[in-house]
Every structure is written in structure tokens, then in C-alpha cells.
Design a protein around this ligand. Structure first.
Ligand SMILES: [Zn+2]
Length: 316
């Protein structure tokens, strides 16, 4: 884990309700950035510690041991064994509480979202929207995403937008439930990247959208090459225009090429051209059924490519 204070706060807040930052954990981060977090009340200083836990397996019977001033520093003394005394600095005695709401604000700002986050449901904030229109939510605790109504609540809060959820690591079952609902789930710590400005952390907005599926059909016009399902076919100069006419339809609304559209300006019949096209795929190792599923017959209407437009990539 990279060592920014916002990483630390995220990790601590994920642990649960009273997100407390102890002075000894905080001390390495004391400085200007830490002061900004205090000023924004993302962390709020509490009364300093007045006592310390008793030493392991101690027989003193005390619930805790008092902290006494010892010169410039402090000491938690064991009444039974001086060797168990703990020397403490002033920083060790400081205690901070992490404000979930202010932390959500800081995360929204780190992602570059303009408006303040809105509480969507208990401990889940709607941070903002990505430029591509995804609604981004932040859950500070795993428990915030396991309630019965959570999927409905998030859908309502997203008002029809696609949903990305930043969250702590969830159980496999909880993660699957959100995934089945079509939500894109990301571990918060995975999208935090160091930044020189602000609170020292930015959220990589590009990482908030799911990675698109690998296209299954790739067409290179310059070489008349068609890659499909891990195999590659180079079509002849005579037959490639037929494939291109099917391709053009596949990328349009109707998707079905009529016989006359397949024939184009050739003097040949569509069924012969289609057979030749399928033969070219079979020669490259596809089965008869595979070539007929790629170059599909639509009864009484014509032919179509058996690949959705979203899975087609055409290069020049
Ligand atoms: Zn003791």
C-alpha cells in the first residue's frame, strides 16, 4: 500500500463504526497535509489519552494504567514491574476520529467531481458522475452493502445511470450479488493514485468504468483480413467486398443484408457468394457450423453477420 494519509484513513474507516486514528499511526503524516485534513474536519482531534492498556498477562488487577508525565515525555507505569513501563511521546497520546462524510467529500474531490457527495443510503455516498455518465458510489464499510434493500436503493439513487461502487474488500457472496445486479465494483484503495496537489491523492476516473469486452471480430480492410474467435482469415479480393457488405449492415440498424445487397454489382447469385465466403472461413479451420453462425442465413430476408456490432472492430 502506498503511504498517503488518505490511504490510511480509507483503510481505518473500512474497519467499522468508530474510525479512530491513533497518534502513533498518525505521527508519520503530521505536517501540512495533515493540518489540511484537520482544517477540513476529515479528521477531528479528540481528548488526549489519559490511560494506557495494562501490560500483557499482568496481575496488577487494574482496568488500565494511568499515564504520568515524565520529564518532557510521558510514561504508562506498571505497578508491579518497572521493566514493563511504556515510554510515550506527546504524539502517542493524541487521538483522532475520522469523519465518514468528510472523507467521502475528500474522495469526491479527489475524483474531480464538482458537487458535494450525497448520502444515498446508510454509509453509502453518491460521489458524483464520471464524464461518461456512470454514477459513482462510495461505501465506507462492507456492512453498508449487504443490507436487503441495497440494490434497489442504489438503483433509485442512480436514476437510471450505470453504477460503479467503490468499496472495501467484500465477501465473495456480497460481491457476486452486486455484480449480478450489473454494478461495477472496485476496491477503493485500488483506484487511489498519488497526486501532488490537494490532499495528495487522486482517483483515476478512467478506472471507474469496466474494461470493455475484447472484440470478437476484427476486420483489417487494408489486408482483407478477418480475425474471429482466435483465428485469422485473409479473404480474396473477389470475396472481401461481399464480406464488407455484410459488415456494413452488421454495423447498421437493420443488420440483415438482402440478396441483392449481397450481390452488389457482381453478376453472381447471393447464395454462391455466401457459399464461397463460408468456404474461405472453413479453409482457415472453422467448422461448417461455425462458418454458418458467422455468416448466418436469415430465412426469406437475406444474410447477416452473427456477431453484435459492439463486438466488431474495423481497422482501415
Ligand atoms: Zn503490568
Amino acid at each position: 500500500m502506498t503511504g498517503t494519509i488518505l490511504h490510511l484513513l480509507t483503510r481505518l474507516s473500512e474497519a467499522g463504526d468508530d474510525a479512530i486514528l491513533s497518534g502513533d499511526l498518525a505521527a508519520p503524516f503530521f505536517g501540512a497535509a495533515f493540518d489540511r485534513l484537520l482544517a477540513k474536519r476529515i479528521i477531528v482531534e479528540q481528548a488526549p489519552l489519559a490511560d494506557w492498556e495494562v501490560c500483557d498477562a499482568c496481575e496488577c488487577g487494574l482496568p488500565c494504567r494511568p499515564i504520568r508525565k515524565a520529564g518532557d515525555a510521558f510514561r504508562a507505569e506498571c505497578p508491579l514491574d518497572r521493566q514493563q513501563d511504556v515510554d510515550l511521546t506527546e504524539a502517542d497520546l493524541r487521538v483522532f476520529r475520522i469523519s465518514g462524510e468528510a472523507l467521502a467529500s475528500a474522495m469526491g474531490a479527489a475524483a474531480g467531481f464538482g458537487a458535494a457527495p450525497k448520502l444515498a443510503t446508510e454509509k453509502v455516498w453518491r460521489l458524483g458522475d464520471t464524464p461518461s455518465g456512470r454514477a459513482v458510489f462510495l461505501a465506507l464499510e462492507p456492512a453498508a452493502l449487504t443490507g436487503d434493500g441495497i440494490i434497489v436503493s442504489l438503483r433509485q439513487a442512480a436514476q437510471g445511470s450505470d453504477i460503479t461502487i467503490l468499496a472495501p474488500q467484500l465477501s465473495a457472496e456480497a460481491a457476486r450479488r452486486l455484480d449480478d445486479a450489473g454494478f461495477h465494483l472496485i476496491e477503493t484503495l485500488a483506484v487511489l493514485v498519488p497526486a501532488s496537489k490537494g490532499l495528495g491523492v487522486a482517483i483515476d476516473v478512467a478506472a471507474l468504468a469496466p474494461v470493455p469486452l475484447v472484440p470478437t471480430l476484427r476486420v483489417r480492410r487494408a489486408t482483407a483480413e478477418v480475425q474471429w474467435d482466435g483465428r485469422s482469415v485473409i479473404l480474396s479480393r473477389q470475396i472481401f467486398p461481399v464480406f464488407e457488405r455484410l459488415l456494413e449492415k452488421a454495423l447498421s440498424r437493420d443488420q440483415v443484408a438482402s440478396q441483392s445487397h449481397v450481390e452488389g454489382t457482381t453478376a453472381r447469385e447471393a447464395k454462391d457468394l455466401i457459399r464461397e465466403l463460408r468456404d474461405a472461413f472453413k479453409a482457415a479451420g472453422f467448422t461448417d457450423a461455425e462458418s454458418k453462425s458467422l455468416i448466418a442465413t436469415v430465412r426469406n430476408r437475406g444474410y447477416r453477420l452473427g456477431v453484435p456490432a459492439s463486438e466488431v472492430v474495423v481497422e482501415g
